[in-house]
Write a protein that binds this ligand. Structure first.
Ligand SMILES: Nc1ncnc2c1ncn2[C@@H]1O[C@H](COP(=O)(O)OP(=O)(O)OP(=O)(O)O)[C@@H](O)[C@H]1O
Ligand SMILES: [Mg+2]
Length: 269
């Protein structure tokens, strides 16, 4: 794959977050957060509600701007790059709340992902010129190839809003993958899924890793994260409280406290 970055040394990462802070009207949503994601790595980002996980994704994607710190992507400083520029540089995301055109078909929803990359204004498509028609056919074929890979080709013509929740999530993923991104950010991709659906999702993530993509995975499902991720970072109230292998992180006392609350003074045995 073109994004494999075979010439980079082991110290180089696709995504490098350096001491990033973000304040919203005086409230510190993130404080001094550093994190790296390498090509062919799935990095988990966990933490209780309001910890700052989605805020970090919004900063990386250029939806919000940092208060301080630096963000580098594929060796480029994108700290102040607008969202469309970061997307063009090879970054894609999904959202915490599903965002599909419910009344459009599955394949149309995925085709949108390809159209987003178009550089020329679509005057020719407005005028119905043959070149635009050929382009649409080409995009339809590529969307179909993605559907086959995600084992959803049989649902290509289904109305997106009529699909089961797990399938809607997959459509979102395919739309994100349309741009052939080097880095993908997923915000709670298996929330609300049963174990079977989550396992299917896990295999898809594993495939992305094998293709050499860098994946940042925000998830509340700890079991899913620890089974899948190479590295895990833990945020609590905007601060990183732990980072390391899944095994190290789940055994960390601060992580246990963040998830279970402070241990009671008088504990029953
Ligand atoms: N646009 C915004 N304006 C003001 N405050 C915000 C904004 N976005 C997030 N915040 C605040 O920043 C903090 C972190 O929120 P964030 O959504 O990043 O948490 P999260 O870790 O994604 O939580 P959850 O697990 O519930 O999705 C919260 O206190 C939130 O209220
Ligand atoms: Mg969130």
């Amino acid at each position: 794959m073109s994004h494999a970055q075979g010439t980079l040394g082991p110290a180089d990462h696709t995504l490098v977050i350096e001491r990033v802070s973000k304040r919203f009207e005086g409230v510190a949503a993130l404080a001094d957060v550093s994190l790296q994601v390498g090509a062919g790595q799935i990095v988990g980002l966990i933490g209780p509600n309001g910890a700052g996980k989605t805020t970090l994704i919004n900063l990386i994607t250029g939806i919000h701007t940092v208060t301080s710190g630096r963000i580098r992507f594929n060796g480029r400083d994108v700290t102040h790059a607008p969202a469309h520029e970061v997307a063009r540089a090879g970054l894609a995301r999904t959202f915490q709340n599903i965002r599909l055109l419910a009344e459009a078909t599955v394949i149309e929803n995925i085709m949108i992902g390809f159209y987003r990359l178009e550089t020329t204004p679509s005057l020719s498509s407005l005028l119905g010129l043959p070149a635009a028609h050929r382009e649409t056919q080409r995009i339809r074929q590529r969307a179909m190839a993605l559907l086959e890979r995600f084992e959803m080709a049989h649902l290509a013509q289904a109305e997106a809003g009529s699909l089961a929740y797990g399938h809607q999530r997959r459509v979102e993923m395919m739309r994100a993958m349309a741009s052939d991104p080097a880095l993908v950010l997923f915000d709670e991709p298996v929330a609300g899924m049963n174990d079977v659906e989550a396992a299917a999702m896990g295999r898809i993530f594993d495939g992305l890793r094998r293709e050499g993509r860098a994946v940042l995975l925000v998830e509340h499902n700890i079991r899913f994260v620890t089974q899948l991720c190479d590295q895990v970072y833990v945020l609590d109230s905007g601060r990183l409280i732990a980072a390391g292998s899944p095994r190290e992180v789940v055994a960390h006392p601060d992580v246990i406290t963040a998830y279970l609350g402070r241990p009671r003074a008088h504990k029953e045995r």
